[in-house]
Design a protein around this ligand. Sequence first.
Ligand code: IPE
Length: 271
Amino acid sequence: MVRRIVVKFGGALITKKDEQSVAHTEIIRNLCSVVHSLTEENIHVIIVHGAGSFGHLKAKRWRLNEGLIADLHIVGDACRSQVEAVAEVRQDMLELNSIVVAELESFGLKVCSHPPHTWATNLGPRFSGSVDRFLTTDPATVHVTFGDVVDVDDERVFGILSGDDLVARISLEVPHVESLIFAMGGVDGLLRVPPSEATELDLIAEWSPDVEYQGLHQSDIDVTGGIGLKINRGHLVAQSGIGVHLINGEHPDRIAAIVRLQSWRGTTILP
Ligand code: IPE
C-alpha cells in the first residue's frame, strides 16, 4: 500500500520576505532532513515550494499577476519590460528551486524537479498540464515543483500560478495522497486574531467554514492569495477525504508527527 504526502514549503518560511532572493538555507535543510526520514519509512513525498522574495517582489513591481499590460515601463529598473521581468522571475525561481534540490540531494535523495513554466499553462486550481509526472514507484525519489510565472492562453499572455493551486491539483489527482501539509513561516497554524496579537490560546486546532480566522495577507508584497488561498484550496482538498494540515515549518518535526499519527501543534482543515 503506497503512502504519499504533499508538503508545501511556504515562501515566507524558506526566504527572507523583504530582501530580494535571500533563502533561509538552514530552515530548508531542516525541512529536507524530515523529508528524508519520512522517505526512509517508505512515505512518498511531493514538495511544492513557494516564492517568497525570489518571486513576489519583482512580480509585484511589474504587475505580472495582472498579465500583459501594454507599454508598462518602470523608470530606473534594471528590467526594461514585463516580458524581461517574466524571464527574470522564472530564473529567480529556478535559483530558489536549485537551493531546495541541493539540500534534498545532500541527504542522498534522488530529486525530480518540474518547473511549471515548462509543463503548466493557465491559472487557478484547474490550470492545464498533466500531474502524472509526480507519480513515482520509488519513495527515495522526491518530486519538487513551485509557484511560477506560466503562460496563459488568453489576452493576459502570462500570469502567476501559485504553489497553493499546484498542491490542490496534485493532492486530488495523484493517487494515494493521505495528507497535504502547509509548512508556514512564523505562525503555528490558523489564528483567531492577527499574528502580532496572538497568544498560544489563539490557535485554531480545527477549522471549518463557520470558524472565523485572521491572517496576515501582505497584499503590498504578495501577488498570490496569502492565507485565504491556502484555506480555500485546503478546504477543496479536505472534501475528498485527504487530511489537510497547517503547521509551523520552523518545527518540521510536526510534519513527521502528522504522518506518524503522533500529537502535534497546528490546524486541521475539516471537510
Ligand atoms: C508564487 O507562488 C509564485 C511567484 C510569485 C512567482 P506561491 O503563491 O506558492 O508563493 P508563496 O508561498 O506565497 O511565497
